[in-house]
Design a protein. Structure first.
Length: 294
């Protein structure tokens, strides 16, 4: 427990994004660094860690740390993975039960310089291929590969990406019934502006014959400085689940005041819990996606 608390404190104190596999640690100030993203895992770190220990004798961290080129501190039950370049998201992993799902309500998009090469590398690390898809309309064309990590969590590999010569988390993507409405909620929750879609781009889509209803099928927000990841909301069906395997955690200086503010803009309270290192409240956004505030 001492090691777990130390890793939890490290995640909280260092700031930045944390991608987590179910943890009591929470990080984030509204309008500041990106939210902690929590992965709930039936085997948690252990599944990926055993895979890597057998192949490379590395402790903890598992699949996601290897995919993103991170270093790992901790063990099979609780591990913190960090970008040695000091640029990317932090990942915090712990073991918890989760509901089995196929189509996740929330997933990660990984941007890469060479999609085909990274798909093969991810498969070598234990990921499973689902499908490669190309969406094209007018002048717009995008190809991406849908995969599942060793625990079955879906994610997308997108590229080629010229902005960085290595993989990084580009989007945290929500399946949503009303993407623009949900984007507005999260914009107000985090203090991140909604991204504006230029009129020239919209006109190109209209001229290409896009159904006008599809102009409202997406919404997105990101920090004012344009850094990644952004939160992307897309109109998609999502699987019903008792325990959503990925959700956001936020940190506030005054948890009770922040809860009052969030419920005032559309969130609802589910419960309050106390863990090893922190007391936190579980809320749901206007579409029922859970998130935590500590």
């Amino acid at each position: 427990h001492a090691r777990r608390r130390r890793i939890a404190r490290a995640a909280t104190e260092t700031g930045g994004e944390v991608v987590a596999a179910e943890t009591a640690a929470r990080t984030l100030e509204r309008g500041g660094a990106p939210p902690l993203i929590r992965f709930v895992g039936s085997a948690g770190v252990a599944a990926g860690a055993r895979h890597l220990r057998l192949r490379r004798s590395r402790a903890g961290g598992g699949f996601w740390a290897e995919l993103l080129g991170y270093t790992v501190e901790g063990g099979a039950d609780c591990a913190l993975a960090s970008d040695p370049k000091g640029e990317g998201s932090k990942l915090l992993f712990n073991r918890m039960a989760k509901s089995p799902t196929i189509e996740l309500p929330i997933h990660l998009d990984v941007n890469v310089p060479d999609r085909e090469a990274e798909v093969e590398r991810a498969r070598g690390l234990g990921a499973h291929l689902v499908a490669t898809k190309t969406h094209a309309i007018g002048e717009l064309e995008e190809t991406f590969t849908v995969m599942r990590d060793p625990e079955g969590n879906g994610f997308c590999v997108q590229g080629p990406e010229s902005r960085r010569p290595y993989p990084y988390i580009g989007n945290v993507t929500f399946s949503s019934a009303e993407p623009e409405r949900l984007a507005t909620f999260w914009s107000r929750a985090l203090g991140w502006p909604e991204e504006d879609v230029g009129e020239d781009f919209l006109q190109m889509l209209r001229e290409a014959g896009l159904d006008p209803a599809e102009l409202h099928a997406y919404g997105s927000i990101r920090k004012a400085d344009g850094s990644r990841p952004r939160l992307l909301f897309q109109r998609r069906q999502k699987s019903p689940t008792d325990s959503i395997p990925i959700h956001l955690d936020l940190r506030a200086d005054d948890r009770e005041a922040e809860i009052e503010r969030l419920t005032g803009i559309g969130a609802t309270i589910a419960e309050t819990k106390t863990g090893d290192a922190v007391t936190f409240t579980v809320l749901r956004d206007p579409e029922g996606n859970p998130f935590c505030v500590a």
